[in-house]
Unconditional design. Structure first.
Length: 307
């Protein structure tokens, strides 16, 4: 288990050592979350690197990552605990066949911890040899409001109440990262218990640095063209703008195909790795892709001459 960073600079370096390029404002929010023991609520478009922060923290701090992937209809049985009903029935049948054990003792045993099936949140409250785990509550906006209400107890006191067992409280609170793609608004009661940070698309310089980590074998010219092309797309009115994840996927695809530079044909052949909706692909493919590429190349030439 590694110790928590002692400063914003150390937090930024911790992320960088995990090949995550963060600006200082994100490093500040994360440092405050870790040092003050408050959950960090990360909001932003899909593919900008919110989930990756929790993965990097787990890797760099050598803590287990407990991930709760949210979805519509998520309930306590799937996220916190449920009872092992099959095993309970076997225990009842054995008691009936053997005729041993009094009913009161059997009843209390059936709702003891040995019959408890722990789900992610309850696992995150356990003490582990590596230290408090990283609890990632991913895409909270996909759940329903009743689940948010349940989370209030977890985020306030790091405890859950099981009627048959009582209240289970973490000896050491987990490090909590919550993400949302903002498909709906999260209730203020949740946000008040967290530090908040909006994860935006990176600027050109930072996205180039991200590619240098994620695709180190890529030719510099191709990397520069890719980032400039993607940055241009993000200024357009598309149904779904490409995130950093799509930039990385596109870069890996082009390297796999042994392309050293962008061309209109290369773009048309690989747009499906960058854009995920047919309407967006149809709008960019062909003459529009060629026009954007011409603008990108012209801007890069001007930059080279001025440099």
């Amino acid at each position: 288990m590694s110790t928590l960073p002692d400063s914003v600079d150390e937090t930024g370096q911790l992320l960088r050592d995990g090949r995550y390029v963060a600006d200082r404002s994100l490093a500040t929010a994360l440092y405050l979350s870790l040092s003050l023991g408050r959950p960090l609520f990360l909001e932003g478009e899909a593919g900008v690197g919110k989930t990756e922060i929790a993965k990097v923290l787990s890797l760099q701090l050598k803590r287990p990552l407990v991930r709760l992937q949210c979805y519509e209809g998520l309930d306590v049985a799937s996220s916190v605990y449920e009872w092992n009903y099959a095993r309970q029935m076997v225990e009842i049948r054995l008691a009936e066949v053997t005729g041993t054990g009094d009913k009161e003792k059997l009843s209390s045993d059936l709702f003891s911890e040995k019959f408890l099936v722990k789900r992610p949140i309850l696992h995150a409250l356990d003490k582990t040899p590596e230290g408090p785990p990283i609890l990632l509550i991913d895409e909270l906006d996909r759940t329903d409001e009743p689940f948010e209400a349940f989370l209030l107890e977890v985020l306030s006191d790091f405890q859950v109440t099981i009627p048959e067992l009582g209240t289970i409280k973490a000896q050491e609170p987990p490090l909590v990262i919550i993400t949302s793609n903002r498909t709906r608004e999260i209730h203020d009661a949740i946000k008040r218990r967290c530090f908040y940070y909006w994860v935006d698309y990176p600027d050109t310089e930072r996205e180039l640095e991200i590619l240098s980590f994620k695709a180190p074998d890529m030719p510099q010219k191709l990397s520069t063209q890719i980032v400039a092309f993607v940055q241009t797309l993000r200024d357009m009115d598309l149904f779904k703008l490409p995130g950093v994840a799509e930039t990385i996927d596109w870069a890996h695809a082009l390297v796999q195909l042994d392309h050293l530079t962008l061309s209109p044909d290369v773009i048309n052949d690989t747009l499906g790795t960058l854009l995920k909706y047919q309407d967006d692909i149809a709008r960019i493919k062909g003459s529009e892709a060629a026009r954007i590429l011409d603008e990108v190349n012209a801007a890069l030439q001007v930059g080279q001459r001025s440099g």
